[in-house]
Design a protein around this ligand. Sequence first.
Ligand code: BGC
Length: 346
Amino acid sequence: MKMISRRDFLKASAVVGASAALTACGSSSSSTAASTAASTAASTNAAASGSANIGVCIYQFADNFMTLYRTDLDEYLKDMGYNVTIVDGKNDQNTQTEQINTFLQQGVDVLVINPVQTTSAQTIVDTISPSGTPIVFINREPAKEVLDSYPEKCCYVGADARQSGTYQGELILETETKGDLNGDGKVTYIMCKGDPENIDAQYRTEYSIKALTDAGMEVECLYEYLDNWDQTLAQQDVANALAQYGDQIEVVFCNNDAMAMGALQSIEQAGRTVGKDIYLVGVDALAEAVQAVIDGRLTGTVLNDDVNQATAAAEATKLYVEGQPVEQYYWVDYVKVTPENAANYL
Ligand code: BGC
C-alpha cells in the first residue's frame, strides 16, 4: 500500500473540507445585493490586475502550530497569484498594531490577522474599518460583536475548541482504566494551560474534563499550570508537579502539543511510563507528537487542521478580493489522533 504524507493526506481531504466549510456555514447569508455590489466595486482594481496584495499578521512566529499554519497560508495565497507579506507580531500587541498601520499605508487589498490579544480585536477593527479593507481573522476567535461591527468585511476562520477538549477527554476514556490508573474511583489530573485569555485554552481546559464527568467519572484537579502554550514552561511545571504529587497524578492534560512534549520529557525523566503508569494528551498533531503517539509515548493528540484552516482562510481572502459574498464564520473540524490512525498525520 502506498503511504502518503500528512500534508498530502490533509490536502486531499482539504478539497472536501474547505468547500464544505465555505458553503455549509451560516444559516443567514450576511450579504445583500447592494453590499455585494459595493464590495465588488471596491475590489475591482485588484481583480482587474489579476492579482492583489495580501498582508498577513501572525501573533508570533515562534509558535510551532502557527508556523505550520503560516507556511500553508503563504503557499496557498501565492498559488492564487497574490503578493503575500507575512509579519511577526512577536507576541506584542503594540508591534502588531504598528504592522497593521503599515499595511494600511501600503494599501493592501485584504488583511489576514491572527491577533496577539483577542481582547484587542475591536480596536483592530476600528483601526482598519475606515479604509474599508476586509479582514480575515484566524486562529484566535474575536467576540461576535466585533465581527458584527464590521459587517460584510470581516470573518473568522477557526476550529471549535470545545470539540478538541471533548476529544481529549474521550482519548482518556478510551484507555483501559478510563484514566483511573490506581482504581480509587476518580481521575486525578494536572492541566497545562495555554494563554488564559485565549478561548482555545479555556474551552480545552473545560471540555476535556466535562467529557470525563459527562461519562460519570469522578475527577480531582491537583493543579492548573499557566504555561502559555510553551514547551519549556510546561516541562518545568510538570517536573515540579511530579516531584510534589508523584504517583497521585494519573493524567496530564495539555492544551497543546508543544506543552505535551515538554511534559513528556519531565515524565520520562521522572521514570514514569506513559500508557502504563500515567496518561498524557495534547492538541495540534505536531509531527513529533504524532510520532510519540505511534511510539506509545503519548496517549493521544487531536489534529488542529492547519491545512484545512489555511485553505479556508485563503479561500475567504479570494472571495474578498473578487468582491464575492463572504460568510461570517468558517469552521474546520478537529480529528482525534490515536495509535490506530496516527500514521496518516505524520
Ligand atoms: C494551538 C496552539 C497555538 C495557539 C496559538 C492553538 O489553536 O493549539 O498550539 O499555540 O493556537 O494561538
